[in-house]
Design a protein around this ligand. Structure first.
Ligand SMILES: NC(=O)c1ccc[n+]([C@@H]2O[C@H](COP(=O)([O-])OP(=O)(O)OC[C@H]3O[C@@H](n4cnc5c(N)ncnc54)[C@H](OP(=O)(O)O)[C@@H]3O)[C@@H](O)[C@H]2O)c1
Length: 434
């Protein structure tokens, strides 16, 4: 059904359109406005209000935009919603609670699915449980199409495609700055914090899902290994600032993409680590304190209640129940720098099997991308562009449908160029021989 959809079917349905992220996605659709779109959620009055606000903000005529009522607690309503569209952009979260029924309905109805989750357990569970079913129905299910984890995942793909030879490893360093006179400016909406608290509480179940999922891949030890860094290290790449391993979904998404590329297209997988750069020693201490609260308190129910009830306090002010202010979004800049090493083409001439290269690497490259308003502006643009690519570049997706990371789904598409056209360009800063 998905490939022969009639023209009356709506191109994109934004589910969870009343949420903070959902409204940003609606705004993007209204601004682009060269495809049909509808909004969906559980509260019709709130949905009407969203359209009124979008009209005030953009001046675009939204009177023809259909409103669809659907609630994740009512599976029939979710299936009825998905039947009306070609791609659903799911903006309800935490995804561990609200995501699966939408994925399931999309696959049952042969519809495509995009979301902006940063929850590895949800993504990997969906891949484990639904990949084969999605292949049967021809649905594409692509998670993590926002700030988590497109900059990192597509950044590594950009690196692979532009490196003059074979990449061995990439280290990604991410930094977020909010240019403000205040000591702290909230830049995260409460639901993202809630998602993180539950993700940390359920690390054991992630391990068990991961074990089952990864057993389907032939994982080989790659040499030379990616450098091992101490938990806190300083990086010359980032003006010698303090760096910590990033605890979010980026690394796991990149590695899943690499496993896919190896399995399906026999490419040598790229080792990757992702680090968070701290602006100052003060920021480092603040992050360690927040991390400590999250790690310790998320492990038991009363602790989770405290973390959720007093999110503003435990996040040291970066989380707000009203979402980040327009000012903090405007003044925020996310940068991701990639340093990687590999073997130049000249050196590889004699090689037949790329997986067994044991000689030291001889070349390096540094790339970077800068993203203003990454959490919500970039996330919403990226989600819409990913949905449009599914519609417009269907023949460049991995054949037959399935549950994918962005890098796996969009490896052959124009996503890198599309991001550049929208102001998010990956740049090559240096290349050289070691
Ligand atoms: N990865 C990234 O870079 C990134 C960026 C932004 C957001 N996110 C993720 O996106 C998710 C949403 O974040 P947010 O800040 O937009 O959250 P939010 O403002 O709280 O919005 C949540 C949405 O889910 C809807 N919802 C909740 N329960 C529902 C149900 N039973 N049936 C139907 N809809 C339901 C809400 O509808 P009502 O309005 O009716 O309550 C609302 O539309 C979170 O998981 C967050 O982590 C990720």
């Amino acid at each position: 059904m998905n490939k022969n959809m009639t023209s009356q079917i709506i191109d994109i349905i934004i589910f969870g359109a009343t949420g903070y992220t959902g409204q940003c996605v609606v705004e993007q659709c209204a601004r682009i406005n060269n495809f049909s779109w509808a909004i969906a959620g559980r509260n019709v009055n709130k949905l009407r209000e969203v359209l009124t606000n979008i009209y005030t903000k953009t001046g675009k005529d939204v009177t023809q935009v259909e409103i669809i009522v659907a609630d994740v607690d009512d599976q029939k309503s979710i299936n009825a919603m998905t039947k009306k569209g070609k791609v659903i952009i799911n903006c309800t979260g935490p995804y561990r609670f609200y995501g699966e029924s939408v994925v399931k309905a999309c696959i049952e109805e042969g519809i495509h699915y995009v979301d902006v989750t940063g929850e590895p357990e949800f993504m990997e569970k969906m891949q484990l449980k639904y990949h084969d079913l999605a292949k049967t129905s021809g649905s594409y299910v692509v998670s993590a199409c926002g700030m988590d984890s497109v900059p990192a995942d597509i950044g590594v793909i950009h690196f692979m495609k532009n490196f003059n030879g074979q990449v061995n490893y990439v280290e990604a360093y991410m930094a977020l700055t909010v240019n403000t006179n205040k000591i702290v400016e909230p830049f995260l909406n409460y639901t993202t914090w809630e998602s993180a608290v539950h993700a940390l509480a359920n690390m054991n179940s992630l391990r068990s899902i991961r074990k089952q999922l990864f057993s389907k891949y032939d994982i080989v030890k790659l040499l030379p290994s990616i450098p091992r860094r101490s938990v806190i290290h300083r990086s010359e790449l980032c003006e010698n600032k303090y760096c910590l391993p990033f605890q979010g979904s980026d690394r796991s998404v990149v590695l899943r993409t690499q496993m896919f590329l190896t399995k399906e297209w026999n490419l040598r997988p790229i080792q990757c680590n992702v680090y968070l750069v701290c602006r100052s020693a003060f920021t480092l201490c603040a992050l360690l304190i927040i991390g400590f609260f999250l790690q310790v308190l998320s492990k038991f129910e009363f602790g989770r209640k405290l973390l959720l009830k007093y999110s503003h306090i435990f996040s040291l002010g970066v989380v707000s129940r009203n979402g980040p202010t327009a000012e903090s979004r405007q003044n925020s800049l996310f940068t991701m720098k990639f340093y990687g090493e590999g073997w130049s083409k000249d050196m590889l001439k004699e090689k037949d099997d790329l997986k067994t290269i044991s000689e030291p690497t001889d070349s390096y490259m540094v790339t970077a991308v800068e993203i203003p308003d990454a959490g919500y502006g970039f996330t919403s643009i990226c989600a819409v562009q990913c949905a449009l690519i599914i519609l417009n570049e269907f023949d460049k997706l991995p054949p037959g449908g399935g549950v994918y990371t962005p890098g796996a789904a969009f490896y052959r598409t124009s996503l890198i160029e599309t991001l550049a056209e929208n102001g998010f360009q990956y740049k090559i800063l240096h290349t050289g021989h070691k």
